[in-house]
Each structure stands twice: as C-alpha cells, then as structure tokens.
Design a protein. Structure first.
Length: 410
C-alpha cells in the first residue's frame, strides 16, 4: 500500500473548531482508508486530550508546543535567528523553534526505517519547509495542501495600509509571494481549497497540470427551515480571529448602530470572542461566545452578514450559512471561491450604503428571500460535494504518484 506522511502545522481531530482543521481532518480520515498514513503534526497542550489518532489507529508523531503569548520570551530566546522578518526561510510564518522541532522529528524517521512514498504538506507553514524535507525524503512525491494563498492575504494588507506601514507591507507581500511560489514549484501536486485559488496560482506562473481544486469541509445545515420574517441578523465564525472580530466591529459601527439597531437584533456567534467586542454588548447586540448548535440562530435570522475586511481563501462559514438557506450579504473577500451570482444566490455589498439598501428592500418586501434561500441551498449541494471531491483528489494523487515513479513529469 502506498505510504503517505502528512506533515501538518495544526492538528486535526473530530470536532476541531477551525475551518481549516476541519477540512484537514476530513481528508486525513478519508486518506487513511486508502493509504498507509502516518502523521507528523504540531499541537498545543489544550489540543492533546482531543486528539483521536489512537482511536482510528493512525500512526502519529505529535510535537507539543505551548504558544501561550505569556511565553513569548521563550520563543525569542530559541528563535532569535528567525524572528519574523521579510527575507527569512519561512517569512516569519513559522516560529523557528516549531520549525526545528518538526524537522528534527522528520529527520529521525529514515533512521527508524520509515521512508514515505508521498509527503503531504498541510498549510503554507509546512510548505515553506519543503526544501529541507526533500533533503530528508529525496525520492518522495510532494503534495502541497494550500488552505489559502498566503500572499493574497499580504497583498490585501499592503493595499489597505498607509504611510510607512505601506512600505513595510509591500516588502512583506512581495517577499512572501516570492518564497511561497518558489516552494509551490517544488511540489508535484497542489491541492487548492477552491477553484479560484487554483486559478490565482496558475496566473502567478504555477504549471496548470500541478493544480487540483478540492472542496473544503463544511457542516451541512440543509435541515434548517428558513423564516424570512425573522428579525435577527447573524454574524458567525471563530471570533478570536482578527479577520472576524474586526469585520464585526466595522459592521456594528458603520451599518448596524447608525442605521438598523431599531429594527433588528445582531447576533455575533462564535467561540472565544475577542475582548474588543465587549463594549458593543446590549439588548440589540448579542455576543454569545461558543454555542453547541448554530441551528438555533440560523432559524431565527433573516440573513447573515459577511463584510470581511481582510483574509484569503474560501470562507466556510459563508458556505454553511448558504447550506441552511440563509441569504448572505457579502463582499468580494467573503464570497471569493464560491461561484455565487449576485441577486440569485446572495447579495453583494461593499459599502454601508449597499448593506443598508438591501435591508430597506427587505423591510419593504421587495426581495424574494425564499428564492434566494432555495438557490443558495442548491448551489452548495451541487458545488461542494465532499464525496466527489475526495474521489477526484484521490485520482489526482494516484496519477501524480504513477507519473512520479515512472520517471515522467506531471
């Protein structure tokens, strides 16, 4: 049986909280059924009790690293050569201490008689180690799982920066793009987590035959019954992520408080809400923290808002809301990677005026929200079929493996 070593910057387990970890977990558990899988991953102390590799019989080496901000002095001490910079080997995306721990563990494997046929690198952070890993496993086929295209995130930061910060972000963006693309060229197969990211990589010079798009994992809320008469507006996601809490604050200050607060209730739902959201709590603005089942809020909401100010890659929470038939008001960043049509599957909004206009049309009953709901559900069901995605992914892996070990190029 073909052996795959999966090297991951973040651990995977059933019930993982972050979208990327959920996708990683889904494909890992599927790959385990078809290949001889071994995992080398990084986990925090709080993750360790949740790991389920032993339950599934998956061979795993876990590097435990406590990245509590209060231990910053420790990482500076062990990381002085790789303090986040613009020209280092990992662009500061990977702490030098973590990188050394992972590479040391990988280097021990050949001495134990383990030499994988395939090395699968999850996230850009491990992709940037590819040249070092090739020295350890020189004959393996290399697959890069690009959860998002990191240089796009930095490009957006550069575009929104000003003053001296713009120079800093430009250097960061151009340097990260250069090293990320160079690392991707070292890979034999690239799994982009949506077709738009795949096209972005091809347009940046990556060979098209290397790129294969997969569907991200999402929870299907197709059993939710949509009520267009609801008066809740929903924002949900991991609320400790800067992309989410800054976007929620923008919506509150630019749209909700000055224009909607008398007519609607805003529910900000998601685990570990950032303290900056505390000041907005009121009868009309709920900051719930973690909830065991989002269905309650999906049923009570007239729409989901997604005015994301930064980020890259496909937004799973948008897919999940659409799977529930909840009309989504989203900007370009929030909807990217989802082949939705404005006015048919969702409502495109960039400015406060555009968001307000949609709500005014809702109030005047001049929008067919049930049609949007039904169209969104169908789009998700047709586009993000996980079983079909895995089947096509496995075929791409097998074809790349056959080409690699027959001496042909893919």
């Amino acid at each position: 049986m073909t052996s795959i070593l999966i090297i991951s910057r973040y651990c995977a387990y059933d019930g993982a909280g972050y979208a990327g970890s959920k996708t990683h977990n889904y494909y890992l558990k599927r790959l385990y059924k078809d290949y001889d899988v071994k995992v080398l991953t990084v986990a925090g102390p709080s993750d360790v009790p949740k790991l389920d590799f032993e339950k599934y019989g998956i061979d795993a080496d876990v590097v435990v690293v406590d990245e509590d901000p209060r231990r910053a002095w420790f990482f500076i001490l062990h990381n002085w050569r790789n303090i986040p910079n613009y020209f280092g080997k990992t662009m500061g995306l990977v702490n030098g201490y973590v990188r050394r721990r992972v590479l040391k563990k990988a280097a021990e494997l050949p001495g134990q008689g383990y030499r994988p046929d395939i090395v699968l690198l999850e996230w850009t952070q491990t992709l940037l180690m590819i040249k070092d890993l090739k020295k350890i496993f020189p004959s393996a086929l290399y697959i890069a799982s690009e959860h998002d295209v990191s240089f796009l995130r930095y490009q957006r930061r550069y575009a929104s920066a000003s003053g001296l910060g713009k120079i800093k972000e430009y250097l960061r963006y151009t340097s990260e793009k250069k090293i990320e693309l160079a690392s991707l060229r070292e890979a034999d197969l690239i799994a982009a987590h949506n077709s738009k990211d795949g096209d972005l990589l091809i347009n940046a010079g990556i060979a098209p035959q290397k790129v294969h798009a997969i569907a991200p994992f999402y929870t299907d809320y197709g059993d939710v019954r949509y009520d267009p008469n609801s008066r809740y507006v929903l924002f949900f996601g991991a609320m400790d992520r800067e992309d989410n809490y800054t976007s929620a604050a923008w919506f509150i200050e630019k749209v909700f408080l000055p224009r909607l607060a008398s007519r609607y209730t805003l529910a900000i739902v998601g685990g570990r809400p950032h303290p900056s959201l505390d000041k907005y709590k009121s009868e009309r603005i709920l900051v719930t923290g973690f909830v065991p089942d989002i269905r309650t809020y999906l049923r009570q909401s007239v729409c989901k808002v997604a005015p994301l100010l930064s980020g890259a890659g496909i937004k799973v929470k948008v897919i999940e809301a659409m799977s529930a038939g909840l009309p989504v008001l989203a900007n370009a960043i929030a909807i990217e990677g989802i082949p939705a049509v404005n006015g048919k599957h969702y409502f495109h909004c960039e400015t406060p005026d555009e968001y307000t206009a949609i709500f005014e049309r809702m109030d005047a009953r001049r929008l067919d929200l049930r049609a949007i709901s039904n169209n969104a559900k169908k789009l998700v069901a047709d586009t993000f079929n996980l079983k079909k995605s895995y089947s096509a992914y496995k075929q791409a892996i097998d074809e790349a493996y056959a080409a690699h070990f027959s001496g042909r190029t893919r």
